[in-house]
Design a protein around this ligand. Structure first.
Ligand SMILES: [Zn+2]
Length: 275
């Protein structure tokens, strides 16, 4: 490891640290990051573990949602083997973040599902997630690529496949870093009677939103409400690919174009201001 990447070097800003790690592991170009090259560069071991079975008896009940851990003395990153591949990759990058971020000096990190998600509240989890996302999207490379393409579900799909990232995290990154006024909305199905009664129309409500800086400067960064019933009906009839989106105009105090799509779990929309 070269001096600039020595753990705890306090003068390096996180984005600079990301750039140096990518350069040092010959990954400073567009495309999916290889976490194993980062692990070997830092001489960290990697172990997929069945957390539910292995840690049940040694951890307190509160740690039951543990998904990944980093042990400094053992130079070990362990990740829940039950996670989907994209989550496993992200969790590994999150633990690498704890290892290299100067202020993260605990001997052991045990990170749970919430800490590893966009709902994370604790500062060090938010910082590790941001750093992991920067590694996952290769610093500025993803942003440069996404600006050369239209803001669309097809672009989200193409970039998610290229960067080996989830559709949701890809759309979030695209919007957060975009110069244009764009918003990303994620909706979840409500636990209502429709789950047991097929004659009832299911209700999908906004779970969270994120928006580009230029969108936030002009409009609210938060959108409330339900997905229009006809959009729910169209998106949930059969299996639909992320690229098979539905474009609709929705008047919201100005003209906004909504492009609705689904990954099979959530209904999502890219929102663009017209004119
Ligand atoms: Zn963590």
């Amino acid at each position: 490891m070269n001096a600039g990447l020595a753990r705890g070097a306090p003068e390096i800003a996180p984005h600079e640290l990301v750039a140096r790690l990518l350069q040092a592991t010959d990954q400073d170009q567009p495309g999916a990051v290889d976490p194993s090259r980062l692990l070997s560069f830092m001489k960290l071991q990697f172990l997929p573990v069945d957390f539910a079975a292995s840690l049940r008896d040694v951890l307190p009940v509160a740690a039951g949602a543990a998904r990944a851990l980093l042990s400094f003395p053992d130079r070990l990153v362990a990740v829940d083997a039950a996670l989907e591949p994209e989550r496993m990759r992200f969790s590994t990058l999150h633990e690498i973040a704890h290892y290299v971020l100067p202020d993260h000096r605990h001997a052991l990190y045990l990170c749970d599902a919430e800490g590893l998600s966009s709902r994370a509240r604790l500062d060090f989890e938010v910082q590790a997630n941001r750093f992991a996302a920067d590694l996952q999207f290769k610093g500025h490379h993803f942003t440069v690529e996404s600006h050369a393409l239209p803001v669309s579900a097809a672009t989200v799909k193409a970039l998610a496949l290229k960067y080996h990232t989830s559709f949701e995290s890809t759309a979030r990154r695209l919007v957060e870093k975009h110069h244009a006024p764009v918003m990303f909305v994620v909706c979840e199905r409500q636990a209502d009677r429709s789950i047991i009664d097929a004659s009832q129309t299911p209700v999908w409500r906004v779970k969270y939103c994120c928006a580009s800086a230029s969108f936030r400067a002009r409009w609210s960064a938060r959108l409330e409400g339900e997905v229009p019933a006809e959009i729910v009906a169209a998106l949930t009839a059969g299996t639909r690919d992320v690229g098979e989106s539905i474009v609709a105009e929705v008047p919201l105090g100005g003209a906004f174009g909504f492009e609705w799509f689904t990954n099979g779990y959530a209904i999502m929309a890219l929102v663009r201001a017209r004119g």
